[in-house]
Design a protein around this ligand. Sequence first.
Ligand code: NAD
Length: 496
Amino acid sequence: MKTSDASRFPETWAVSGAETLENYIDGSWVRSTATGHLDVPDPSSGKLLARVPRSGASDVDTAVRAARRAFPLWREVPVAERARRVLALRNLLEARSEELARSVVRENGKTLEEARGSVRRGVEATEFAASAPTTLQGSFLEDVSPGVDTTLLRQPVGVVAGITPFNFPVMIPLWMAPLALVCGNCFILKPSERVPLSATLLARWVGEAGFPAGTFNLVHGDAAAVDALLAHPGVDAVSFVGSAPTARHIYTTAAAHGKRVQALAGAKNHLIVMPDADLDRSVPAIVSSAFGQSGERCLSGSVVVAVEPGADRLVARLAEAISQLTTGPASDPRTNVGPVIRSDHRERVLRWIRDGEAMGAKVVARGPVPPDADGYYVPPVLFDQVRPEMAIAQEEIFGPVLSVIRASSLDEAIEVANRSRFGNAAAIFTRDGRAARTFTHRIEAGMLGVNIGVPAPAAYFPFVGWKGSFYGDLHATGRDAVDFYTRKKVVTTRWF
Ligand code: NAD
């Protein structure tokens, strides 16, 4: 989590100044027809970086028409050639990964080390997409009846819309666009209006990598642009990542319009710590899980379930580690915890902290307040004596707040975690293989860590939220995503 690179940030940026951003449609940069825009501040300072247009139905319609025109030509490009364009994009991303990481630092508030890690994950997803000549293969079965054979083919779905959240400005668009494109689809990205700058860089480079006009389009905006995509008859499938209420809206609305949809939602992840856990290694992993990226990760640990005996020892170690975390500007190499995304989000997190105290939970550690008050800073907080029914133990806070619940046994700890309406991730810290096995067998969450605080699956595995953390059938990334971005066709053949 700590930024080790002491290099200073350049004065100039690839996307700089308070310009109003343009959409990228049909291979050209075009002004939105919308009159309204939103400010994009730097969360570390509150200073204006850019303005993002609130694109509406007519911008979306222009993008969808461009994508529909490009689709019949693009799907005929041989898969190996499509994969070559993805590889070209991957090479551009790799060569310019530092520029991309610094863009993420600037608009999102991750530290440089965190931003670099997120860009690397995006590059890995692009590498997985490039393996399409293998992953797109169908299957063949000879003699399903005498002289009759069956072939299963995969074909593109058509036009895919990708709607992404603020917390991974590069990685999540790269989970979607390269794979959707290599499968032969055309793609429209509607990035978060809170982090539109990195998406703008990506759009520049997609064109440079040789994707023909109309295959990849970028439409900036907020809910109005999203709702226009959901209602547009020219959109066949929707990939969404964001908060739980929006995910429910996207899933029900897109499905009501007859579209294929995957909607990844919010989280409340539990970290179970057994009495035998190796605290020297577990405590840094827990602290990094809860406070890395200011707790703005769908895989952030937000509840520690401390199995007795040993909770007091664990709380003391966590409190000591947390009191040493430096909160400050994302670009400062001394910073451990950067800002949260916006001032209203900071107010929301601070309200949760006040509510937690009012509910009877006890603040046992609080990181030092940063001297620069202009950014959206929330110093880390550790709550002890949290009970499972408290709202701070149930709701997603999405900030640097960690709650400790005490349990008398592993069974009780699993029960506490399974009460959550979310099921994105969970972890256990232990030296006991049997406890780990019981945990992995019984826990109701999709991404599990054993002595790992942030169990993010590699790009060739699916990102498998359960329960209220996911709406749909086929998950993002890996072979699930190949299935999501393709339709199957089964051909039964007899030659007379
Ligand atoms: P958000 O739901 O506010 O926004 C996500 C996207 O939806 C944005 O592009 C936004 O413009 C759009 N949107 C927002 N409100 C809308 C509305 N009413 N109608 C239509 N579109 C709307 O999410 P966020 O705050 O940007 O992202 C953080 C959330 O995303 C957290 O809840 C986090 O857990 C979740 N997340 C989940 C995963 C996962 O894999 N499950 C990964 C990353 C983030």
